[in-house]
Design a protein around this ligand. Structure first.
Ligand code: SF4
Ligand code: ZN
Length: 732
């Protein structure tokens, strides 16, 4: 590391530690040492300090202690032009900087200055990134749809350059965090001026206007090793190694660097994240932690994204259909408001449907898109509304009838990932919109078909050899073929409904999350989907056909060792290997003994409520208290990391209405509390199951947050309604 930079980094650290100390002492004078603080929705206190030192900062007094750690890391401030420091000192200062910044931001929260609102535009920055968002994004991190993160710091030389850099990152599916400024100008402001949609939906997340706000991105990174990696707080070496090996982050620094940028950069380098600058900085070659350049430069803005990807060594494969608009998961979250809409199909406004059908190879002409309808061009050009039937014929040597639904579910993503196109729903309740911009760029009805022919073959490489699409636009045709489609949907559902754990010989594993939670394995059976909710048994089967060496492997069930608890010899054998010895045996149908482990991206958590002789279920994103005295975020902290924790379990939402849900513990009759959100969204299927269990009004007997948030009130309610769990055999 060059002398100059090391001096700047150390100077920056001193400034920030001093600033943190002054702010802290003032806040302690105002509010007292015992004033408590936590960042919004996190179970990890001040995450950087917690991960690195193991010290949970809960009060202002604790912050004083933590700031002491930062001071210990400081080295004497270099006098101007005198060379003393060397690499290690700069890196220590980097970590001291991160601690100080974390305390400064916490204090700003306490004093009501975070998240920041931009005074000129009224734009509210994201501020601290919650655990919920981190978990929501978990699957995308592991399945490759989000190959990395970029922290873009500062401001581009002009607004258009800012847009170009961000668009390029978006098209490569990289999550973008924005922070910092150059003389008051920033990429956030540049994008706002250009009308670019910001936020989690578009994967461009402005954290705050200062360099210090970059810490929120690092706080998010370090929580990955706590949440998914199961690394212990305080084991700083393990955390740093995990960050370097598994968190593909880098910084793009636009504009001149000051001391604070250098010291924050030294903190990021500590974590293994390189910085690529658009100014003439000295290049810093690999030293201790990294095998790549730690600081590099690229003065040409049209090459800076590519350079960053090369430096960090990201593998990026982007498949784009030949359409006149941008394409990629980053555009999936865009909404199309009524004013922006050029034309729409379905959504209860016109008849519509989408239907994937398996055909013989000779029946399909690959890549062919046919549009059937009178004057369809003219009707499309007029805009407004149109009926629409999309029939997608697929054929392949390894294609199976069962995969139709798996493939059909991708219609949604295929359309949504096109910029200016929007899709909701499925089957005969689908709804599609195209906005004015996309129309102006030249998107036609035909492109709806081209997207499907290209992307289905890409996504299902080894099971789909040929795809052809027929689009119907006359109401009469749409209604007629919709009836055929409905018949097919019905047959599929019946077949799926009859698919039980007993009826198959093979389960599937999902190992995708092992890139973040190395010992976690999801065992997916016909009656138990993966805990993230994104993969069911058919998905696992299809994925295995597509890529036999991929993340979904067949598990021969073997012998049934325990029918009540759902223990199989084949599953146990498989797990021992696949979990690296962390899990010896697994019971699929109970929470009490050797239950399934969790990685961290579960949709819901089931937890035992001993007083009530039952369990409660809370979904990710629920902010309130639960009857076990913990919020979702705290509960989640004790369930992840790939370890079995009896009494607690992460599950996919739809597992709740499976006949195998806690089958060994008494099934759904054990549910004593469940959030209103879950009660409402599962209502229909749940009532069906409740009838089967002989308690048709079970849902009304289950408490929710409007009835009780503590166990005392819960018990009162349960006895007043005569909840069946109270009469069941003791859980413990
Ligand atoms: Fe991760 Fe399990 Fe979902 Fe696979 S099924 S992505 S392992 S949570
Ligand atoms: Zn996961």
């Amino acid at each position: 590391m060059s002398k100059l930079i090391a001096s700047a980094a150390i100077r920056g650290a001193h400034k920030l530690v001093k600033q943190a100390e002054e702010m802290l002492e003032q806040t302690i004078r105002d509010k007292g040492e015992s004033h408590t603080f936590e960042f919004p929705d996190t179970a990890f206190y001040l995450p950087m300090i917690y991960a690195m030192t193991g010290f949970p900062v809960k009060t202002l007094g604790d912050m004083r202690t933590a700031l002491g750690y930062a001071k210990e890391l400081l080295h004497p401030e270099p006098e101007e032009n005198v060379w003393k420091p060397y690499l290690g000192e700069a890196l220590d200062s980097g970590m001291a900087t991160l601690f100080a910044e974390e305390i400064i931001l916490a204090l700003k929260y306490i004093n009501g200055f975070e998240p920041v609102t931009d005074p000129e535009t009224g734009y509210v920055y994201n501020g601290f990134i919650t655990d919920t968002i981190q978990r929501n994004l978990g699957i995308q991190l592991v399945d490759g749809t989000m190959p990395g993160f970029a922290a873009v710091i500062g401001a581009a030389p002009d607004d258009d350059t800012a847009v170009n850099i961000v668009r390029e990152l978006q098209e490569k599916n990289i999550l973008i965090f924005l922070s910092g400024h150059v003389n008051g100008n920033s990429v956030t402001k540049q994008l706002l001026r250009k009308g670019v949609e910001l936020g989690w939906d578009t994967r461009i997340v402005p954290l705050g206007p200062d360099t210090e706000h970059t810490l929120y991105a690092l706080d998010w990174a370090v929580r990955a090793s706590l949440i998914f990696g199961g690394k212990k707080p305080g084991d700083y070496k393990e955390h740093l190694k995990y960050q370097k090996d598994r968190v593909f982050a880098f910084a793009i620094v636009l504009g001149e660097l000051d001391d604070i940028k250098w010291s924050t950069g030294a903190g990021a380098i500590n974590m293994g994240f390189p910085a690529i600058c658009d100014t003439d900085v000295p290049v810093i070659h690999p030293t201790g932690v990294c095998t790549y350049e730690e600081v590099d430069k690229e003065l040409d803005h049209s090459k800076i994204v590519q350079k960053s990807i090369e430096v960090r060594g990201l593998k990026i494969i982007v498949e784009k259909p030949p359409i006149p608009v941008a394409y990629g998961p980053a555009f999936e979250g865009e909404r199309i408001r009524k004013e922006d809409m050029f034309i729409e199909f379905g959504g209860q406004r016109t008849p519509a449907f989408e239907w994937v059908r398996m055909k013989e190879l000779e029946e399909v002409e690959d890549g062919k898109v046919t549009i059937v309808g009178t004057d369809w061009q003219k009707k499309y050009e007029e805009g407004g509304r149109m009926p629409l039937g999309i029939v997608i014929d697929v054929a392949g040597r390894k294609m199976q009838k069962d995969f139709e639904s798996v493939i059909e579910r991708k219609v949604h993503h295929n359309i949504n990932e096109a910029q200016g196109l929007w899709h909701m729903g499925q089957r005969d309740i689908n709804w599609i919109r195209i906005n004015h911009n996309a129309k102006k760029e030249g998107v036609t009805l035909e492109h709806l078909g081209i997207i499907q022919t290209t992307m289905m073959k890409h996504r299902f490489k080894s099971i789909v050899d040929k795809v052809q699409v027929t689009i119907y636009t006359d109401e009469k045709d749409v209604l007629e073929i919709r009836e055929q489609a409905r018949q097919a949907y019905k047959e599929r559902d019946q077949r799926l409904g009859a698919l039980t754990d007993e009826a198959v010989d093979t389960f599937y594993s999902c190992l995708l999350c092992q890139s973040f939670a190395p010992s976690h394995v999801c065992v997916i059976t016909p009656e138990r989907l993966g805990l993230c909710g994104a993969y069911n048994w058919l998905d696992g089967k299809a994925a295995y056909e597509i890529d036999p060496t991929g993340g979904n492997q067949p598990i021969e069930k073997g012998q049934l060792l325990d029918a009540r608890y759902g223990r199989y010899s084949g599953v146990d054998e498989y797990l021992k290997k696949a979990s690296g010895g962390a899990v010896e045996t697994l019971n699929l149908y109970t929470i009490m003994e050797n239950p399934m482990t969790s990685c961290g991206c579960f949709e819901c958590i089931v937890a035992i409520v001993p007083e009530a002789n039952g369990v409660m279920i809370v979904q990710r994103g629920h902010q309130g208290m639960t009857p076990v005295g913990m919020k979702f975020s705290t509960l989640a902290g004790s369930v992840g990391g790939g370890v079995q924790s009896p009494g607690f379990m992460g599950i996919g939402r739809n597992f709740i209405t499976s006949r195998k849900f806690l089958y060994g513990d008494g099934g759904i009759k054990r549910i004593v509390w469940m959030t209103k959100n879950l009660k409402e969204s599962l209502k229909e299927a749940f009532e069906e199951r409740a009838k089967e269990e002989g308690v048709p009004d079970l849902l009304d007997k289950i408490a929710d947050e409007t009835i009780a948030e503590d166990s005392e009130k819960l018990l009162e309610f349960l006895s007043s309604v005569g909840h069946p769990a109270l009469e069941m055999e003791p859980m413990i």
